[in-house]
Design a protein around this ligand. Sequence first.
Ligand SMILES: [Zn+2]
Length: 118
Amino acid sequence: MYFAEQSNLLVNLKSGVLKMLPVCLKCSSKLSMSWFLCSLVGTKTRCVNCGALHKFTNWHKLTSSLCALIVVFGMQFFESCIPWTLVLFFSLCLLCIVISINIPGQYKLESQDKLKIK
Ligand SMILES: [Zn+2]
């Protein structure tokens, strides 16, 4: 019984996280997660389904620098009470990833798409 409830929660959590993933603004298929999290602000990504080109907005610059700040200050703040630096670092990163995925409007369609798909 308890296990069933737990796995239910896990499924809910998973579908919730999946809903937050970056999606194509044209056809709503999923965009690359690694692009969203790891690429530089100038990097653009193309939707594998419809070919629409997406780029980051300035808002993404702000949120990603905010997240970096959270990790840096969080490390200094919690270092005295949590001795596992690596664990602390990864949980802070995870927190930042969850926060940053949840903030909308971080990317938009590139209007000057030179490689127009007909
Ligand atoms: Zn698309």
